[in-house]
Structure formats: C-alpha cells, structure tokens
Write a protein that binds this ligand. Sequence first.
Ligand code: IMP
Ligand code: MG
Length: 178
Amino acid sequence: MRNDVKEILFSEKMIQDKVEELGRQISNDLGDTNPIVIGVLKGANVFLSDLIRKIDIPIIVDFIAVSSYGLSTESSGVVKINKDLDFSIEGKDIVIVEDIIDTGLTLKYLLENLKSRGPKSIRICSLLDKPERRKVEIKVDYIGFKIPDEFIVGYGIDYAEKYRNLPFIASLKREVYE
Ligand code: IMP
Ligand code: MG
C-alpha cells in the first residue's frame, strides 16, 4: 500500500494541528446553537471523528452517504444519496463536513437538497480544497488545506476504496490510477 505513495503532503501531526484549529473556529462561531454536524460518507469519516473531539460545544452528529464517482477519479456530476440523514434539519444550524471539494458538483447537489429541508443556516467545512478544479462556485466556510490538482488518498480518502486507512494524506504514483 505504501509503495503506491508518491509523496506525503500532510503528516499526521500537520493534520492534527489543523483539525484542532478548525474545531476551535467552529466552536467559537456556533457557540450555544446546538448545531447538527453532518459527515459526508465515506470520505469524511476519519476527519469527522477527529474534528468532533476538537469541538467543545454541544452538537448532534449525523451522516449522509453520497456517491458521485463510481470507481473512477473523475466526478460524474451525478450524485446519489445512498444513506440519508437520521434527523430533521428544519430550523437547525448545520455544518457539512467533507473530505475534499474538487469540482464542487457533489456539494452543490447536496447543498440544494439540504436547503430544501429548511435549515436555519448551513456552513461547510472541508479538510481539503482543490480550487483549480472547481466547475461551480461554492462558498466554503472552513478549509483545512488548499491542494494543487493532484489525486490524493489517505486519512479516510480513497482511490477505488483503497488507502483510506493511511494515517497521512499523500499523492499517488500516476501508474496506480492511469
Ligand atoms: P466533486 O464533486 O468533484 O467536488 O468531488 C467531491 C468528492 O470527490 C470528494 O468528496 C471526494 O470523495 C472525491 N474526490 C475528489 N478529489 C479526490 C482525490 O484527489 N482523491 C480522492 N477522492 C477525491
Ligand atoms: Mg468520496
């Protein structure tokens, strides 16, 4: 598995420091609003698990599972909800937690879908952002790291369901996915 790694972009320590910073910001901004923090499965699972332990205000955790990629590295723009939220978000402040924003197509769909359920406010927190690749404009409230247009894995993020269990974030050798 580690032989497929080209370069480690963010070490465990770098990720940990950033997650702490994001947790602090979210705690400061959301105070006593009792927000629902929504992890977008499966990619954001590891990030969400660490992030919520750095948020020191009362929250509710929920999950939504979407798929847009199939097993390729390009977003299809077609998003399917594989598992919906357990809770109603009507009148609630919500924070969507994503692993990566790439073209933005997945989040655009998700935002429209969640907006239609009448939440009080929606914030977006993404660990990684690939701004060069954006196809639709999206306002992201909390971003961990901006990264160049390169396919990355680890810390919950996969290529064809592999590499989610790497503890760091790394780029893959091209021959692995081409
Ligand atoms: P978007 O719809 O193009 O913004 O894609 C968003 C989703 O695609 C993310 O939540 C990831 O699950 C996946 N994705 C985008 N870039 C990468 C990458 O470099 N590695 C692995 N998954 C990625
Ligand atoms: Mg994904």
